[in-house]
Design a binder for this molecule. Structure first.
Ligand code: PGA
Length: 261
């Protein structure tokens, strides 16, 4: 069943105030109304900043559009003296069903390690929040031929101690760092190969059947004009979209073009 599903998730990063966020979600609802019946097999997720979650939750609760809510990060503890942090319980209270974990910007600018990502993944699963765990190589790693070994260690580090059952509510986003926000995408066939490799890493731990059921998304400069090429690849189940998710027309365009042709 998961195999037919496509997932388009918007990562708003540190953009949009609460007022702007409401405007964006309402504009997105209008655009989705226009393409309604055609997108029933696409799961649409928006991951705004923490401060926008409450206002978006209110809009989604009132309007009931086919949009689900996710966060961009969280702490692994339920509560505690962790100034500036947000816990899974807080996200759960706002009906956050997803959380992006281990995004390369978190790893690069905030020192997140695989071990921290692993703790966060476990905490998300404990609270029934689906992790969208990110992995991806830098340009230097790619040029040194280290893409697979690096991604393998990120993935195995992030899923350490998880069970096959945990994989039923789990997603991975492959985002090559050099493609994020640069306008340079990975070649769809290359992305497909690496995503196939990630699936083989999952299969080596949990077996083929379980690995097949885990949606793996591509991220990095996805837009309405290139999404169809990624969706045409068999291993790619959706996209994690940054810049192009900040505008209702461009995000709706991606959703529209992500439909099965
Ligand atoms: P981008 O970002 O679409 O702007 O390249 C993707 C991401 O960082 O998730």
């Amino acid at each position: 069943m998961q195999d037919k599903r496509r997932i388009i998730a918007g990562n708003w990063k540190m953009y949009k105030t609460p007022k702007e966020a409401v405007g964006l979600v309402q504009a997105l609802e209008d655009r989705l109304d226009m393409i309604a019946g055609n997108i029933s097999d696409i799961e649409i997720i928006v991951c705004p900043p923490f401060t926008d979650l409450k206002s978006i939750y209110t809009v989604l609760w009132q309007d009931k559009p086919p949009i689900k809510l996710g966060a961009q990060n969280m702490h692994w503890e339920d509560e505690g003296a962790y100034t500036g942090e947000i816990s899974p319980l807080m996200l759960k209270d706002l009906e956050c069903e997803f959380v992006i974990l281990g995004h390369s910007e978190r790893r690069q600018y905030f020192g997140e390690t695989d071990d921290m990502v692993n703790k966060k993944v476990k905490a998300a699963l404990k609270h029934r929040i689906t992790p969208i765990m990110c992995c991806g190589e830098s340009l230097a790693q790619r040029e040194a031929g280290e893409t697979q070994s690096f991604i393998q260690s990120q993935v195995l580090g992030g899923i350490d101690g998880l069970t096959a059952n945990d994989m039923k509510s789990f997603m991975i986003a492959y985002e090559p760092i050099w493609a994020i926000g640069t306008g340079k995408t990975a070649h769809p066939e290359d992305a497909n190969d690496i995503i196939g490799y990630i699936r083989s890493v999952l299969a080596s731990k949990f077996g083929d059947e379980i690995a097949k059921g885990v949606p793996i998304l591509y991220g990095g400069s996805v837009e309405a004009g290139n999404i169809a090429d990624f969706m045409a690849e068999p291993e790619i189940k959706g996209a994690l979209v940054g810049g192009a998710s900040l505008d209702a027309d461009s995000f709706a365009g991606i959703i529209k073009n992500a439909r099965k042709q």
